[in-house]
Design a protein around this ligand. Structure first.
Ligand SMILES: Nc1ncnc2c1ncn2[C@@H]1O[C@H](COP(=O)(O)OP(=O)(O)OP(=O)(O)O)[C@@H](O)[C@H]1O
Length: 251
């Protein structure tokens, strides 16, 4: 069964549609990039799937059922800028929050949960910061803690909103390693992504989005100049310049 099925999803802010009639079926066990210009609706697509913004119409199913029935199967790494980092909590507690689906809101956190959470922090190289307040971590370290929280959830489908923004090369590598481990475990990961240069290396499939779905398919067939032109419009001249400089190679 497909991990995500979106049917006719339309979202409007103040009556202005920012996503229009989006249909897609995401294949299982793939790393999927969502690509498109600023304001294309990429974050809104993730939020509408997770029920964080209301849909004007349409429906999304996770493994055939509404999201509210499948919460435990879904992990979300929000955009770093959208999180209140002054919230007084330490890194380990943030990761433990990821386990509440399994612990149950009103049951006590057991040693096993702490061990699991610590091992997730270890996987992202943050175990030595377990007791540090999250406001006292660097941007890249905060991002790693959020990834650890998603790991602790042990979900089947992950949504990540620009996880590579503002992180150093080592963190970017760590995230990519983690994504490929999730994929090896048969999990499906949707990632909002900006850097066109890395699309081909990072993703098996991509969605090109600009209010409407322009294309969705295997990267080799979809990361094409004509489709990118349709997605980015006039802004693609910038890509052409990069191509001339040998920075981006478009098929
Ligand atoms: N809470 C909101 N209220 C009103 N309009 C919003 C809100 N959030 C987003 N928008 C508008 O919806 C459109 C899509 O925004 P969204 O953040 O989904 O785009 P995006 O593709 O993720 O952009 P970026 O690449 O810049 O992060 C934009 O025009 C934005 O201004």
């Amino acid at each position: 069964m497909n991990p995500i099925t979106a049917t006719n999803v339309t979202v409007a802010y103040h009556r202005k549609p920012v996503l229009q009639s989006i249909n897609f079926e995401a294949p299982e066990g793939k790393l999927i990039g969502i690509i498109g210009p600023n304001g294309a609706g990429k974050s809104t697509l993730l939020k509408s799937i997770l029920g964080l913004v209301p849909k004007a119409s349409g429906e999304v199913n996770i493994y055939g059922k509404a999201y509210r029935k499948q919460r435990q199967k879904v992990g979300y790494v929000p955009q770093r800028g959208s999180v209140d980092w002054d919230f007084p909590t330490n890194a380990l507690d943030v990761v433990l929050m990821g386990r509440y689906g399994q612990i149950g809101m009103f049951r006590r956190v057991k040693k096993k949960d702490r061990r699991e959470a610590m091992s997730c922090l270890e996987k992202v190289g943050m175990d030595q910061y377990a007791n540090r307040q999250i406001s006292q971590l660097s941007g890249g370290q905060q991002q790693r803690v959020f990834l650890a929280r998603a790991l602790a959830q042990n979900a089947q489908v992950y949504f990540m909103d620009e996880p590579f923004v503002g992180v150093d090369a080592a963190t970017e590598k760590a995230i990519i390693q983690l994504l490929s481990e999730l994929k090896d475990q048969g999990k499906t990961v949707l990632v909002v992504h900006h850097d066109l240069q890395t699309v081909r290396d990072y993703f098996d499939w991509i969605m090109l989005l600009n209010v409407r779905k322009i294309a969705f398919g295997p990267t080799a067939e979809t990361f094409k100049k004509d489709l990118l032109q349709k997605t980015y419009g006039g802004k693609l001249t910038l890509l052409d310049q990069e191509e001339e400089q040998g920075v981006t190679t478009l098929a």
